[in-house]
Design a protein around this ligand. Sequence first.
Ligand SMILES: [Zn+2]
Length: 322
Amino acid sequence: MEKAYHGDCKKTKRDPSCGSRSRARAAYADRVGRALDESWRRGYARSTMGILFHLREKRRQRALVEHPISDELWAWALGEHRIFRGLSVAEVARLRALTTAFLVEKRFHPVGGLELDDEFRVSVAAQAALPLIGLAEGLDWYRGFSTIIVTAREYRVHKRECDEAGVIHEYDDELAGEAFDLGPVALSRADVEASGWGDGYNVVIHEMAHKLDGRDGEYDGVPPLARGMDRGAWRRAFGEAFEDLRARLETPAARKPRRGKLRRPGGPRLDPYAAQSPDEFFAVSCEYFFEQPFVLAAEYPAVYEELVLFFGRDPRASGAVS
Ligand SMILES: [Zn+2]
């Protein structure tokens, strides 16, 4: 009976749930409710993230006091790496804070009986910290991993890749470093020691650039951009430069140039490895941005300008190597 009554009610009485106007009102209230709910959830997530970020920053401030880098070691790091020359006093202070936090939060895992000294650890941490100087989120950009695997030198891996035509290519490759999806970063000690000299080659910045790129879950040469940056302008600048480099190198897609090994006299001044894919182009561009900014700005000015916007600073203004 009760069921039948309610069934009738829906048609004959102006029950709030009956009639098109009431339904529209209910649907509207539902929509508004859901929108408020969603906006509250977003606000809550933002404020929770804000609190967590604040707590992490407090912890990093404490690390500066509890695990300081000695003045002697820091002076060595600044003197040994040409890419740090010309940084302002404020930039050096920020670099030291980021380097300290990196050393506290990341673990080094040497393999094959390799032993690492403090100079090596500080060298990796400081070069990894350099791109973060102008980024407000600082070390949070590297939150997705905590381990740095270190090999003595380049290591051989067997790769299997499928090209656009569906053909499988298998080959052995020698790697100076690697950034694993949602995992550690691997670095060859010999290549770390060859980085930071201002010659365009930097395995640390290269692998960290992949981590920046992958922060949005995709390794496509487009990291999450700063507020106000134009994604279309980024894609245009990088896309045109990438195609230009490929055309100038006439690199067949299947060819695998090794990093830093096949620069041709009179050819493009960028490492040909950048022509491998858009994400490698981004990583190599970052190497040049910090190692040889004048070279990148001359070769691909639009790419350089996008990187200035992204990294929040212009290394040319720091008296960088020309
Ligand atoms: Zn790479």
